[in-house]
Design a protein around this ligand. Structure first.
Ligand code: HEM
Length: 66
């Protein structure tokens, strides 16, 4: 899979994750919402998204911490 395809795949999963978070919140399941947010959008998702591969192509301002 090319890096571009991987990036778009991750982005579509971001959208799906937001949908699943809203669905969990609609069922009053904040534990599940939090688990999805952390594993698919949060810091724990960096490896899943291959962030270290994509980061060198991001604009300099995005690569600066804080
Ligand atoms: C909740 C967070 C995010 C959502 C819902 C989201 C959603 C999306 C969607 C729907 C696309 C278009 C995908 C497609 O064309 O199939 C996209 C593209 C993209 N996103 Fe995100 N995104 C999120 C966060 C981020 C973050 C944090 C970054 C960078 C670190 C990022 C970088 C990009 C890039 C580089 C593209 C490709 C733009 C292009 O086609 O040139 N996104 N995103």
């Amino acid at each position: 899979m090319t890096l571009k395809t991987h990036m778009l795949h991750s982005m579509r999963d971001h959208l799906l994750a937001l949908h699943e978070i809203l669905d969990a919140l609609g069922r009053d399941d904040s534990d599940e919402a939090a688990q999805i947010a952390e594993s698919r959008l949060g810091m724990s998702s960096l490896a899943l998204h291959g962030a270290n591969k994509a980061a060198p192509y991001m604009p300099p301002a995005m690569r600066r911490p804080g």
